[in-house]
Write a protein of this length. Structure first.
Length: 84
């Protein structure tokens, strides 16, 4: 795990300790693979991968549903931010 991934995981762990997430959750792209373990929740988790990766396909839009919470890591690119 890189230093960047460790920092993300540590920040997420702190956030999840203070905020009990429940319901339907959408996770967008760039998060550590162990995010579901960090959350320790029984929430229904869906993923929207906007980029192809060897472990998953990409899709142009997330699954159509109503979500109680959406986790998005702010991208550096303004164009990508507008897309998401």
């Amino acid at each position: 795990m890189t230093e960047r991934e460790q920092n993300i995981s540590q920040n997420l762990r702190l956030y999840f300790e203070k905020n009990n997430l429940s319901g339907k959750i959408l996770i967008v792209d760039d998060f550590p693979a162990d995010i579901a373990d960090l959350m320790e929740t029984s929430a229904s988790i869906s993923y929207w991968h906007t980029r192809f990766h060897s472990e998953h396909l990409a899709s142009p839009m997330p699954a159509v549903d109503q979500y109680d919470c959406v986790l998005i890591r702010l991208p550096r690119s303004h164009e990508y931010f507008d897309y998401v």
